[in-house]
Design a binder for this molecule. Structure first.
Ligand code: GRG
Length: 325
């Protein structure tokens, strides 16, 4: 199986190694007929491209910086997960594009702020100069703030559904990115507050990256107001996928290529970050990735949506496991 996000998404670098074949234990679950639901990614790209935040000339430079980072070639894993989840629960994928766009805006804000000199001080992101390198730190901070606020404005004003469902999705997204989610996880990371040991590293990453990945699924369940055993299985799947995403991310930071990653490899070690690799070693981290992939696939299959409706979620699970960028 190959990882087939297009050139535009920056996921293929020349000669890069692939996690599944070169580094991770072979896993019979890691097979699917089509490696990435690229049709959903294209819908997301088109939607993001059309987004405008203001026609006020005074703030044109701010909007340019926001769009510079938002439209940089990312993989769009989170919004594509939202669209695939919509299909799995019987909604038209397009119907959740406002939510998906909001999630990608929030993800982009986190990348802009994470790259700042006060955080990771990175010069390259998604294969391009980081926002603060291109526009200055002052504008980059505001671009991140602007994306976060516009994300909720967009979700609350554009997402069609019953008002209470949209509010429930917005509350989940805010929670997943606040103190009990991404920002809290980032704080625990930079101030080394996570408890020692494997449970500490898992909790740290559940908050920092896991909850937003999971929210990309859970927010759609809330919009669709689906309940019952299928929902429980999808919620378990959402939580496990967040874990899988982070284990693979930590492995790639050690064995990936700069070209495929769109940023220099080894950033975690340079910053003394606690990762699955620093905690468990590379071989155990690969085993944990394989176990997590298997658990996610099983959660999806057990009581989840019918096989045809869940195919794109299976593809994404395999992609997250086998990705090189
Ligand atoms: C600064 C508020 C704030 C939060 C920072 C999520 C996060 C917390 C920082 C991002 C830095 C980072 C590299 C985290 C590891 C996991 C992660 C989010 C990787 C980047 O996500 P991808 O691989 O990126 O989906 P693309 O560019 O494809 O969208």
């Amino acid at each position: 199986m190959g990882v087939a996000v297009s050139e535009q998404s920056g996921a293929r670098g020349g000669g890069e190694e692939r996690l599944d074949e070169q580094h991770l234990p072979q896993d019979p679950h890691a097979r699917s007929p089509d490696p990435y639901p690229d049709h959903l990614r294209l819908e997301v790209e088109e939607y993001l491209e059309a987004l405008r935040f203001s026609d006020e000339p005074m703030t044109a430079g701010l909007e340019e910086a926001m769009r510079y980072s938002l439209l940089a070639p990312g993989k769009r894993v989170r919004p594509v997960l939202a669209l695939a989840t919509a299909r799995a629960v019987g909604l038209a994928p397009r119907s959740v594009l406002p939510l998906a766009g909001a999630i990608e805006m929030i993800h982009t804000y986190s990348l802009i702020h994470d790259d700042l000199p006060a955080m990771d001080d990175d010069d390259l992101r998604r294969g391009r100069p980081t926002c603060h390198v291109a526009y200055g730190q002052d504008v980059a901070i505001l671009a991140g703030d602007g994306l976060y606020a516009e994300a909720f404005h967009h979700l609350l004003s554009r997402q069609e559904s019953e008002p209470e469902r949209v509010l429930a999705a917005a509350a989940e997204l805010a929670g997943a990115t606040g103190v009990s989610g991404m920002v809290g996880g980032q704080y625990a990371d930079v101030r080394e507050q996570a408890p020692a040991g494997p449970a500490g590293v898992r909790r740290l990453h559940e908050l920092k990256t896991g909850r937003l990945v999971g929210a990309s699924i859970v927010c759609v369940l809330l919009l669709a107001a689906v309940d019952g055993p299928a929902t429980m299985a999808l919620r378990r799947f959402a939580a496990e996928l967040g874990v899988l995403f982070q284990i693979v991310d930590d492995i790639l930071d050690v064995i990936g290529t700069d070209q495929a990653l769109g940023k220099p490899r080894g950033s975690d070690e340079r910053h003394g970050k606690r990762t699955y690799v620093s905690e468990f070693g590379i071989d155990r981290a690969k085993e944990l990735a394989a176990e997590s992939h298997r658990t996610a696939r099983e959660a999806l299959a057990q009581g989840g949506p019918p096989a045809t409706a869940r195919a794109e979620l299976e593809q994404l699970t395999d992609f997250i496991y086998t990705r090189t960028s």
